[in-house]
Each structure stands twice: as structure tokens, then as C-alpha cells.
Design a protein around this ligand. Sequence first.
Ligand code: NOJ
Length: 463
Amino acid sequence: MSADRRFPDGFTWGVATSAYQVEGAWDEDGKGPSIWDTYAHTPGNVRNDDNGDVANDHYHRYVEDVALMRRLNANAYRFSIAWPRIFPDGTGRPNPLGLDFYHRLVDELLDAGIEPFATLYHWDLPQALQDTYGGWQGRETAQAFADYAGYVAGQLGDRVKHYFTINEFASFVEGGYRGVDVPVGGGRTVHLGAAPGLALSDAELKQVRHHAVLGHGLAVQAIRAQAPAGTKVGFAENVRVAVPILDIPEHVRAAEAATRDRNAGFMTVLLEGRYTDEYLASAGGRTPRFTEDELQVIASPLDFVGINVYKPGWYVEPADEPPGYHDIPINASHPKMHSSWHVFDPEVLYWAPRQMQSIWAAESIFITENGCSASDVVADDGRVHDSDRVMFLRACLGQLQRATADGVPVHGYFHWSAQDNFEWMDGFGERFGMIYVDFDTLERTPKLSADWFREAARRNAVV
Ligand code: NOJ
């Protein structure tokens, strides 16, 4: 193994899932309904009208699933906690049976030598908060989130040392409160939606974004107040990354400026504690209602920056006129992975963390998600030959290794996903796992990519 393909010592090799996508047991042990229960139970919202009522039945099969992770040589598991299991109505009295599930899961992980990384919000908002406050349209939801986050960190904090507050601000806000059109090349876009399925104006969206980042900041403070000293906190954001056309300083700088501007409503305010002038002037100058104190809360110091990295945001070149760059459209023939939105460029695994370091001086970075769906089937020989996912993994991790070799402080990688699971609007129709799941029998079968990951994790290197 040549030294130049190795990751730094102590690198985290993790796999990731989220509660609604794998747990099932949607109404067991006192759990309240979430907006995803409601949304997926409404015909026409999800491909084939699939839903997460049973999903992977991880709630009952977590022992088998942890054993499978161990066979992947994963040393960390990023899972999410279902808020409506802990507080069925979003606030008020906690439900001990809901919390017990996470106690059992965490014990099982630690026994297997797998470090638990808990995400506190992966989109399954308690329905009661949607009904009462319009979800994240209400500032009350941000406060309720912090109360829940602090409570959970207080209960699990003796064994769970890493928390992600919120997963992918941009996806659940833009997707859920209006729907978002993602460019996929040749001027085409695909429309992505999400629960609760609203259609707000630009100005209203700004307020929802503000409440989401505020919820994060309040949660960071609540976790620090209630978890033991040394507990580490960050977020997991799908930052939109501008990729430079040339790897030379002017282009690299132009791409950094573009990334900072286009992430103004989330990443930029989270890490800088201010809204850019351009952002405040957008949407006809309608600014969100906010205070200077709130901005300070939003930018509460973090222990790491988590980024979900699947695809390039777009490409840029420098320009003489403001803002100093211009966009290059994605070509119609640009390669894609299987999901409709998934434009392929492994170099984004290099540029994304590098920009976190160069724009915001991030000192600890985790790739909290990366992966792809594929048209997987169990072949006659009983195996799942996901050659495209193996190609994707080697290409992406090769670029990530290049970032670490350049001194970018990336401390871990979480593959999305451990297993095939409920892929939101695409139901069970897009398979992202390194382990195949037969959704009729719930039998699990490791794919070829599982062999790749097992060996890469064992050697701490690109293989
Ligand atoms: C990001 C989301 O966090 C996750 O829930 C989703 O399944 C993957 N991307 C794949 O689309």
C-alpha cells in the first residue's frame, strides 16, 4: 500500500442512516406522529405510495444491524434520534420508552467498538409542532428543538460524545416549505419536494431559514448546558459547493466567493454570525425578523463542521465585474449517478472540505454523508454487483484523501448509507446502501461495495 493513499491516523470510518428512513415502528412504544408519517400516508406524495411504517425494521433488528456494521469494519455510526419518540407532542413530558430504544442501541454500538454519533433532527418533526406553529415557520419550534436536544444530550451524554444538531438545513427548508429545482445539465432541472409540502414565498422562506439556524444555535447552547464537559457538537449541512474550472489561484478564489454567497442563508450565517448584504437585499429586501443576540446564538462556537457531499453545486470562472465570478452551466452530457439529481464529480470531495478550511477556517471537518444510489439486484450467484458504487467510492475517497494530504483537517467519513432504506420522495425505489435489503423479507445482503469499504477501513486507505 503506497503511503500516499493512506488517511491520517485515527480517521473515522463511519456509516450513516436516519430514524424515519430505517427504524419503522412508526407508532410503537408511545411515539407520536411526525410530519413524514403524515406526508407519506397521504397518497400521491411518495413514489409507489411507499412509507416508513416498517422501513428496515431497524427498531427491532438493531442488534443484527450493528453486527453488520462491525463486519464492515465501521468504527462509527451516525444515526438520528426521532424527536417524536422522545416528545410525542414535540414538547412537554418525555416518553421513557422512546428513549430506551436509543439507550439499547448505544449500548450495542459501544459493545461492538462502534462510536455513536447522534443527529438530533433529520426531518421527522413532531406533527403537533406543525399543527400548532406551522413547523419551522414558528420561532417556538426553534425553542422546542433546543429543549428536546438538551434533554437528549443530558440523558445519553455519558456514552454519546458527538452530536449533530440538524441535518441538511437546505433540504428540509427549501424542499419542504416550497420545493426546489436542482440543475442536472443541459438547462434541465429536477423538482425535489419534502414534508410538510408547503409552497411559501421567498420572503416567508427567509423567516423559516432563520428559525432553523436559530434552532441549531439554541440547541448547541442547550447541549453544552446539559451534557458532560467534552461533548462535541456540530451540524451536518449539504453545503452547495462551487467547483473552479481551473485549479489556479484566481479560479479557486472565485469559487470560494461563490460558495460563500450561495450559502448565505445557512452555512455562512452559521459560521459567521451575520447575513451578507446581498442576502438581506434578496427577495425584494424582505429581511427575516432577527436580532443581533440571535445572530450570536446562531454562530455559537462548534467543535466540528459536518458536510454532506454528493455532487458539485455548480461550476464557476472568475469575472472582472461584481460579484467576481460567473456561473458555468452543467453540460447536458455531464456524467450522472442513478438518482435523478445526482450529477457526478468526485472532485467535490476535495473542494468541499478545502473550502470549509479556506473560507471559514474550519479546524475539524467530517464528511457526514456521501454515497450514491444504484440499480442493485441480487444476482443468480447470490451477490449484488454494484460496480458503479465501487467506482464512486474509490473516486470520491481518492479526492478526499488528496484533501487530507494537502493538510485539510478532515477527521472522518460517513458513508450514506449502511443499508438500502426509505429514500424520501423516491420511497424504496432508490437504493443507497452498501447492504442490500429485500423489503418483502427484510433480509440483508452485503454488496460488493461492502467489501470495498471493509478493506478501505481496515487499511485506512483508498483501495
Ligand atoms: C441526504 C439526506 O440527509 C439523506 O436523508 C438522504 O437519504 C441522502 N441525502 C440521499 O439522498
